[in-house]
Design a binder for this molecule. Sequence first.
Ligand code: ADP
Ligand code: MG
Length: 334
Amino acid sequence: MVIKDAIELHGVSKTYQIEPFGGVKSVSFSVPTGAVTVIAGESGSGKSTLLKLISGLLEPDSGHVLFKGQKVKGPSEKLIPGHEAMKMVAQDFNLDIYAKAYDNIARVLPNTDLKNKRIRTIDTMEFLKIDHLAGKRVVDLSGGEQQRVAIARAIITQPEVLLLDEPFSQIDSVVKTELRADIRRMSHFLGITVVLVSHDPTDALALADHMIILKNGRNIETGSAAKLYNFPGSLYTARLLSDCNVLTSKEASELGIKSDYDRVVIYLDWLCLSNNTTGPVSFQVKDKLFKGFYEELILEREGVIVRARSLGTEGPVKGSQINVTILRYLEFED
Ligand code: ADP
Ligand code: MG
């Protein structure tokens, strides 16, 4: 029988004694088997707490976590805390920095079959393209390389679930692209269920089969990345997932938008620079920021400032007037 959801959380709450407002509150969701689930929320929203609760490193005050239908035992119920089928890569990687990369990975396997241990270690290092770093000490590796060593160590025991805490936070953009490809390979080729948490989920949008939005310890929204990006149910989600202009209804009215809501949100990609004369709103270009393949324009109309994108670098000049068509906007209460 195939169980569709690897992990289920049912009303999971955890408060820390010293900080009563921290932790997580009544969180319920499920994590599909073999997919990539991204838990997104601003700093302090409870993401790391949630990962520890999922893997059995922390015990919920109430509610429970199921793995393949069985309750995940907390640290008080186990000799060695943590579920055997799950491995976590923490933000600090938790490596022995003075030991060689190879030894950091190999040491989690038993010594009962040394030949097999060597083959598996090398195979795993090859899978993550770090076999050439085997003899180097971790302290001499880059942040991205250290992260691969930590991931190799986590997946060598063939866990069913890999938990990644803020994997994009300490690496540069080239390494981010490689990491995204690696996570996809681990999920597709090894069939690992991946749960990843991030405070800047724009890095993970392309990866996420399924997203959970956390705010102040609560799961406020769940859905596909495309659904949550295009139809966010709250201002919090819109801000977290997109690059957007957030206006008051008074500011929005200067742009011809009539709204009874507190906030009007316009994503940068919904402002279309146009030569159209039917309906567009006229702005002055106050400034331009070079962003590589596009320019970010700072536009002003009647004291209202919005940001927009202009593809290429031959866009409108500073000080000029341009017409903008507002393709779409969202409205939210505060
Ligand atoms: P995130 O990973 O989203 O930044 P955390 O799960 O680390 O959030 O923390 C959520 C909240 O719980 C924060 O307010 C944090 O200060 C608090 N918290 C986390 N760990 C502890 C702890 N060990 N003791 C007390 N408070 C904690
Ligand atoms: Mg955290």
